[in-house]
Design a protein around this ligand. Sequence first.
Ligand code: NAP
Length: 472
Amino acid sequence: MICIPITASKVNEAIKDMKKASQIADILELRLDFLRNIGEKSLKRLLSGTRKKIIVTDRKNRLNLIEEAIRLGTDYVDLDISIGEKLIKKIIANKNKTRIIVSSHNYKKTDRKEVNQIFEKIKKLKPEIIKIVTLANDINDNLIIFDLIRKARKQNKKIIALCMGERGEVSRILSVLFGAELTFGCLAKGKESAPGQIVAKDLKNIYRIHKLKGNKVNIFGLVGNPVAHSKGITVHNKVFQKLNMNNVYVNFLVDDVGSFIKSFEGIISGLSITIPFKGEVIPYLDKVDPIAKKIGAVNTIVKKNGRLTGYNTDCAGAIKAIEEHIKLKNHDFVILGAGGTARAIAYGIKEGKGNLIILNRTINKAEKLANELGCAFGSLDIQFLNVHCLINTTSVGMFPKINDSPINRKLLKKMLVFDVIYNPKITKLLKDARANDCKIISGADMFANQAALQLKLWVGKNVDKNYIKGMI
Ligand code: NAP
């Protein structure tokens, strides 16, 4: 179930939000502590503002409002454990038809021993639902919460358990799939009641948490830092929906990739890997595809029979996009940049017997890569360029700095220009190239190719590249 918290500060605004939220949510949470003026009369108005079930929550612990909500017959009230066990027992004894949620919040950390102790403490009070919410300081904190949900389910106890914060975002999707009663999704950005809350529409339309069969769901995701910019969640979830698969794709914001792999390998089915972990992840895999090994970067992990294998689909994705325009053999290429993406594309060009020069801001990085591959190198500060194809793999021109270009427009003449950046789809570099009558390739083509290859590796299906490109 999706619960939308109503966080308006005025009663009229709250009633409007309740109407909007009722179109998406299964249940609403009326946050009395967000309202500037709330009395018994306005509480009655608010409680009749929707046909959906309502949880009344007052983090200011005002007993008169809680008792009035129960008297008015609200479906649920949420009592924070801090209000005191004696008072909670008293409210439970006089709750009429209202169901009681007893909750605990730790805004600083997630601690396994502590959440288990709190679970036992709340359980003794015999509320209908136990709610435990903590802050995730590390992606692995989510596993503490998932274990707690499993334990509650085994004991036939209803539970709401989540991690707050950006490192806890995955729990807002996965907790319900593991058996939590509900997850909170905000009505819109800016209307969150807690940090890390996902927009409710996205929980429903992108992640499809209603449709997925929780106990059998296959979990895929992007591992990186940062991850918020990625289009993967839109693309892969849409494809899984189209293929009618019980799969979900989430963003894992990770600090230590080794520890993440060790902790999560039991629950994931496949992963995408992005900055800064494409090289770092390799020692934690059971097997690495020979091409990925040579490149020294893995952007795709497949789990089969409990074993993790790493692949690189960036290389094949980029080369496919280039070969739609020109052959590699005996053509001259220049790559701007010497990072992970440059490495993958450079490897592909050399394999295809293209001639290559690598230009980079930090010259010794260009030199190192060029020496590995046996090609020429230089700095970005060039005055003349005579090649068949120029490829930008630097992040210059990427959102939000969309008016930047890594190279002077005057140098772009009679060549194919490929920018790996896909946000925006047409960068300043590509606009300049087009203005100089050059042919162009957008990073969206590479993204679509590499995503299609990932999907083939994960689920064995061929997905049309143009279908993916349309979503970027
Ligand atoms: P990376 O390993 O961090 O490399 C970044 C490169 O950009 C380095 O060569 C760096 O030069 C250069 N650079 C950064 N800021 C610069 C500046 N202000 N001026 C000049 N050079 C600068 O990153 P990556 O993984 O290769 O990713 C690079 C880009 O590729 C990103 O925009 C990413 O979104 C995109 N990408 C696209 C796809 C796709 O499917 N279309 C796939 C993967 C990546 P120094 O060595 O001097 O720092």
